[in-house]
Design a protein around this ligand. Structure first.
Ligand code: JFZ
Length: 432
């Protein structure tokens, strides 16, 4: 009797504990290490590529041009990217100095760019290509030491169970079959995490489309059960939610809101990432020629690092799988610059010193890097709030000592006569 009672109490305690665990997410040691590693990478390649690429008008083309789903679906019949090469994509990233790739496994059009058993609407089964570019990419990334994240859309414009456009009543779409849709996503995420080697993160998007119960506890819980080290992020433009491992920003540096996406966002305690695209489109756009310059891209990267965020720079490859030469040319110059200057960015942290009018500061161990992206009129820069004693100041690319003066309120570094860099003049400060 006594033993039975104890057993019951024990079981009760166990369930209470289990419930508490599902409510509050505790990242594993592996996950925490993956977060640190992610913060070290600093520069990633974002890729938007799907059957929408064929129309050369961005990834929202179905929605923007009001193309009926059944007509849009025909794009799959003639998607045959003979020019796709995982090797070329990974080399593009490596040459640009990028350390990871985030690729659209499935965007809002609902087309799976990977082989999946839970929907026939995928690149292996529905196109004449019949191959899985996500598998080739995952294998190539693993071989080349590039980390891979999958972009995965919560929003689906075509599936009946999602019922796009349906009114939402009590957190559920009135039409469709919400349980079926959540189950479908769980099955696909299981495939993406268990079948593809070396996947390090899932980048959710589209949850902003409707105010429903997304079952994030189950979805994030499933991902972390399958692989606790996987980094979960969600482009919901809010403060981080329970179960997430990094926080992303879209088309703005953390803390800014120039594009209006970040009005409700709050910077949390997780690793940060901000994404921007190389022209004005995410998916391939044949008329968009507003290419960002080398200087704009380097400044974006440096400004993100100075605010303690990774920079995820997007390209939209062409429907044949190739990357247009304008992107290759620009990123080759960025890459050459990163080869020379990357040590002042990779593996650093930022935001210990707030951004200044002349630029930002990154740091690693006892070294600080002052990135001057706008050379001041006066012949010095002032770095406020430097607590450690500065022992030595040089250009990052030189060994000659630069004149400096340390005061309780900060450090003056004299910049007259220094050789300025075309994009970012980096001053290295060694502290004790
Ligand atoms: C989203 C996607 O819709 C877009 O296609 C692309 O993948 C980008 C990286 O992410 O963009 C958004 C996200 C949110 C809003 C608008 C566009 N929003 O809240 O209005």
């Amino acid at each position: 009797m006594m033993i039975k009672k104890l057993l019951v109490i024990g079981m009760l305690l166990c369930t209470i504990k289990a419930n508490a665990q599902t409510a509050a997410y505790t990242p594993t040691a592996d996950n925490l290490a993956a977060r640190q590693n992610f913060e070290d990478l600093k520069f990633g390649l974002f890729i938007h590529w799907g059957i929408y690429s064929e129309l050369g008008a961005g990834e929202w083309v179905m929605n923007e041009k009001n193309i009926p789903y059944n007509s849009y679906k025909r794009l799959a019949d003639f998607f045959n990217p003979q020019g796709f090469s995982a090797h070329d994509w990974v080399q593009f990233a490596k040459k640009a100095g990028m350390k990871y790739i985030t690729v659209t496994a499935r965007h809002h059009d609902g087309f799976s760019m990977f082989g999946t058993k839970v929907s026939p609407y995928n690149i292996v089964d529905a196109t004449p290509y019949h191959k899985d570019p996500m598998m080739e990419l995952a294998q190539e990334c693993e071989k080349e030491g590039i980390e891979l994240h999958f972009y995965y859309s919560l929003l689906d414009w075509g599936r009946a169970d999602y019922a796009y456009g349906s009114p939402i009543v009590n957190g559920l779409p009135a039409k469709g079959d919400w349980d079926s849709y959540i189950g479908f996503m769980k099955a696909q995420l299981t495939e993406l995490i268990t079948k593809y080697p070396g996947v390090k993160g899932i980048w959710f998007d589209g949850g902003w489309e409707r105010d429903v119960n997304w079952h994030y506890d189950e979805i994030y819980g499933l991902i972390h059960k399958l692989n606790p080290a996987i980094l979960v992020g969600n482009n919901h433009h809010l403060a981080p939610k329970e179960g997430e491992d990094f926080q992303m920003f879209e088309k703005d540096l953390p803390g800014n809101n120039t594009t209006g996406f970040s009005g409700k966002s709050e910077i949390g305690k997780l690793p940060l990432e901000t994404c921007e695209t190389i022209n004005n489109s995410w998916g391939f756009n044949i008329t968009d020629r507003s290419f960002k310059s080398v200087s704009q891209i380097i400044h974006y990267l440096v400004n993100a690092a100075g605010r303690n965020a990774n920079f995820l720079l997007n390209i939209g490859p062409m429907p044949n799988g190739k990357i247009q030469p304008e992107f290759t040319d620009t990123m080759a110059v960025v890459g050459t610059w990163m080869q020379k200057n990357g040590a002042s960015i990779y593996g650093t942290r930022g935001n210990a010193i707030a951004p200044q009018s002349w630029g930002v500061v990154t740091y690693k161990n006892k070294t600080m890097y002052a990135h001057i992206t706008a050379m001041p009129q006066l012949p010095y820069i002032f770095i406020p709030k430097v607590k450690a004693k500065v022992l030595k100041v040089t250009l990052f690319t030189g060994s000659e000592n630069l004149k400096f003066k340390q005061q309780p309120e900060g450090v003056f570094v004299y910049t007259n006569g220094i050789k300025a860099d075309a994009y970012d003049t980096i001053i290295q400060l060694t502290t004790n």
